[in-house]
Design a protein around this ligand. Sequence first.
Ligand SMILES: [Fe+2]
Ligand SMILES: [Fe+2]
Length: 168
Amino acid sequence: MASQKTLTISQLKLFDYTLAQLVQRTRILESKEYVQHGMTSVFDHCLNVAIISLKLVCLFKLAVDEKSLITGALLHDYFLYDWHNKESSPSWHGFKHPAIALSNAKRDFPLNTIETDIIMNHMFPLTFFHFPRTKEGWLISIADKFCSLAEIFRVQKYRARQWRINNK
Ligand SMILES: [Fe+2]
Ligand SMILES: [Fe+2]
């Protein structure tokens, strides 16, 4: 069977369900207020990472826990502050934010070991001693770099608003 580049209906439904669950139970919508890269909010960045990681799963026909992959992707930057504002954000944001995001996420939502791995280790290789231990963790770490570059260079094709999801 050939690799498939588009997401399946069941993946899109799982995505919508997971996002709706997080919108209801966490403060994820707050991250719309914070800029991640260029014109992209932290919220949109997390949607981009989730969708691109699912596309990688389809492309390479990988067997992963898709629910955990989506949950971890959507919460991987759940640090809830403006990292461009030096007064209201911690120093060394790049190194510290995975632990902050994990602590916030654990406070608001029950996480399994895959989701914990995704959030805590997504900044590898910057955080050299925190490398992903799961397939899902590696996928998000790769998708995160890809999306960050696409956002910094404003590649329109990878804008969150184009994804067919409940991004209201
Ligand atoms: Fe991050
Ligand atoms: Fe990120």
